[in-house]
Design a binder for this molecule. Sequence first.
Ligand code: FEO
Length: 386
Amino acid sequence: MQAVEIKKGIYWVGAIDWSLRNFHGYSTNRGSTYNAYLIIDEKITLIDTVKEGFADELLERVSKIVDPAKIDYIISSHVERDHSGAIPFMMEHCPNATIVTSLPNGLKGLTAYYGDYKYKGVKTGDSLNIGSRTLEFVTIPMLHWPDSMVTYCPEDKILFSNDAFGQHFASSSPFDDENEFSVVLEEAKKYYANILMLYGRQAQQACKALAAFDINMIATGHGNIWRTHIAEILAAYEKWSANEPEERALVVFDSMWHSTETMAKTIAEAFTQKGLPTKFYDLKETHISDIVVDVLTSKYIAVGSPTINNTMLPTVASFLCYLKGLSPKNRQAFAFGSYGWGGQSIAEVEDCLKACGFDICLEKIRIANIPKQEQLDAITEKVLAI
Ligand code: FEO
């Protein structure tokens, strides 16, 4: 794919990772992109690089527009290697470039990862004149690394947002209005849930800081560039980062011989009877990174596991471990499961839910062997009473 001119003199020169299906544990069923942008002005500026394995593609796209040796600045918005991985390679071809990075953490991170180059540290409020344009920097610490930073260009009303507002979504059409909007938003929501949910407070602060800017394009670090649905994605971030779950329920389980599954179905039906939109996920069938998208919006979460070898099933343990890392607050949860003898898994699941910071809204439900109808009726009553 060729470079794409996204505004006069500003080019997308990144890379499309069509085949990516796992981004450190996040299932990326639609691939991803590593977006980098080249600004042609008196001072030629590259905003971000790409993942290391795509460095050749970046260089090729840049070289078709300008001699890389003429690049004056490489702005590093974020040290994570999907954006910074090609810095050493690019610096071999851009000997005159100064790397612009956030203070203190960008500078600390890049130096630790890649060693000494010509660096220029910036913080919120600093700006860089590159000729007919000014680049203004806003650090957004912990969205989602300590060094994270965005760059705003007032002359073009464009925000280079790096991970914020991004999506793991590979497409030969780089703009939000060139793809199905529901798909782009769905991927943005999945990205927020899996990468940023832990940092809702920081996302709120960032949204507040960015509200001061007049933006007509958000050039993200992954996926589509927003130029038509800007209001929608900003509103979605306001909503998701507020962490105010909706009256929705989520039932997540794995089962060995269908007993825990039968309990899960009864719980899901009871939630539905209460009038709550309910999602039902068998961990054998659904990836944990898809399930946490519903954790983002659901107030009630029931997690079930049978007991195997005195503990919970590994699929359930994996889900709970992932959930604890993302740790959304303001959730009501409970544990359930069947067992043959020990039954330790159900208490373990409950302990994990407590460790997630959830309020336990129902005493753990344990049923030995195959659930009987009266036991299932009792579950229904308990769930209806929550
Ligand atoms: Fe897309 Fe946090 O790197």
